[in-house]
Design a protein around this ligand. Structure first.
Ligand SMILES: Nc1ncnc2c1ncn2[C@@H]1O[C@H](COP(=O)(O)OP(=O)(O)OP(=O)(O)O)[C@@H](O)[C@H]1O
Ligand SMILES: [Mg+2]
Length: 407
């Protein structure tokens, strides 16, 4: 199968290349289109895996840039159910088929796909993106998926206009009252605590800690919490290219990477190298102090605003994890040659981020002060006492004591 890959750039859509996929294997070949290569200001859509050039590029698996705008666990559940209920065609689904099943209008980033030059961009969905007032209906449909009681109409709603987007948690695209695109993240029946409250609290604390964060709000839908995160890959309706840190580094599936390696990636491909290195280090310290241990490299991302230059996207998917549920270590280690995840280890690594010891210590103090304020910020967000007690051990722990000593 051959698929046209387009990119929206500065409001216009351009053919960037063709993807050739194998019938029964995850392998793929990508070839940049001649008209893209000869364009002024042409750039690579995935600098490590798909460097700009005329030769076809073979990959053993789907290229990162295309994986980043395809579904993860939640989207795969929907596609699987949709095939069962004959909402989608019954056939073997390869990585690219999952990606093509997602709605074009809500697709993360700026890539667009079509199978024929005159055909529609895939997936072409008739429905309009649901407005935020549809949250109750979307949540009901997501609940039906969890209870395996969904109808074909539920699947059309969630897979179509409500596009599942990436990530493991149940979610949907929505439009805010001012027309901006957002992502709503829903509760799951097996959640042990109010996950949306924890996420919105962490995003607000991160902002207070000086981190550039995705805009978020905590919405109560029939007494249940939903986090609504404004999409940062759209600006005045235009799409911005997005690439996960995992893809920027060209890591194979399952490879964890490290913050120091990501710092090297910023040096190699970054648009705002010194400020992004400082910002990344601040995010690393925040993740340690706010127990954001699900900090895998698909939870870090980059946007392109200048051709070929990738700058850190606002921070997203920050989730405080209470001690009882915490694996021993964060998903991404500070440095590639050590698993130590203390403030001391972060300070030792600071020179890789272009930071002098005194500047790094100032950042630790600022982040510590913001995280220490967690109860006050939570109260402003009207998070109830039972939820605060569920999260206390995520914000009050030995690493906070270690950071406090720097004051
Ligand atoms: N505000 C945003 N704007 C644009 N894209 C976003 C935004 N937030 C997240 N994304 C993209 O959507 C994906 C899924 O979102 P998110 O990570 O919040 O979901 P999740 O289900 O909690 O993920 P995980 O599988 O890590 O638990 C992200 O990996 C990222 O590519
Ligand atoms: Mg995520």
């Amino acid at each position: 199968m051959s698929i046209e890959v387009h990119i929206e750039w500065e409001g216009a859509t351009h053919l960037v290349g063709r993807l050739h996929t194998a019938e029964r294997s995850p392998a793929a070949t990508f070839e940049y289109a001649r008209e893209w290569l000869t364009r002024d200001g042409a750039f690579s859509i995935d600098p490590t895996s798909l460097p700009l050039g005329p030769s076809p590029i073979h990959g053993a698996a789907l290229f990162g840039a295309m994986q980043d705008c395809g579904p993860d666990r939640w989207g795969r559940i929907l596609v699987e159910r949709a095939v069962r209920k004959q909402v989608l065609e019954r056939k073997p689904y390869r990585e690219i088929d999952y990606a093509l099943a997602l709605d074009d209008a809500a697709r993360i980033g700026a890539l667009r796909f079509r199978s024929a030059p005159d055909g529609p961009f895939l997936a072409a969905t008739a429905g309009k993106l649901p407005p935020i007032v549809s949250l109750a209906a979307l949540l009901r449909a997501a609940d039906a998926i969890h209870g395996e009681t969904e109808t074909a109409a539920d699947l059309r709603f969630l897979l179509g206009a409500g596009s599942p987007l990436g990530g493991a948690r149940p979610k949907s695209a929505v439009t805010l009252n001012d027309g901006r695109l957002a992502m709503a993240k829903f509760p799951k029946p097996d959640d042990l605590r109010d996950i949306a409250a924890g996420e919105v609290l962490a995003l607000h604390l991160a902002k207070q800690a000086g981190i550039n964060t995705a805009e978020s709000q905590l919405v109560s839908v029939s007494g249940r919490s939903v986090s609504v995160i404004t999409r940062f890959d759209r600006e005045e309706g235009r799409r911005l290219p997005f690439l996960s840190a995992h893809s920027l580094l060209g890591l194979p599936q399952g490879e964890a990477g490290a913050y120091t390696l990501l710092a090297d990636g910023i040096r190699q491909f970054g648009g705002d190298v010194s400020s992004d290195l400082r910002e990344l280090w601040r995010r690393l310290v925040f993740s340690l102090l706010a127990s954001n241990y699900d900090d895998h490299l698909r939870n870090h991302g980059f946007l392109m605003r200048t051709p070929g230059k990738w700058s850190l996207s606002p921070a997203y998917d920050l989730n405080p994890v209470p001690e009882i549920e915490r694996a021993q270590l964060p998903k991404t280690s500070i440095s590639e040659d050590s698993l130590d995840s203390s403030i001391e280890a972060a300070l030792d690594a600071a020179p890789r981020f272009g930071l002098k010891h005194s500047a790094a210590k100032t950042i630790v103090r600022e982040v510590h002060a913001a995280v220490a304020d967690w109860r006050k910020v939570a109260k402003k967000l009207r998070i109830p006492a039972r939820t605060l007690s569920a999260y206390a051990s995520a914000f009050e722990h030995p690493l906070m004591d270690e950071a406090a000593k720097l004051h």
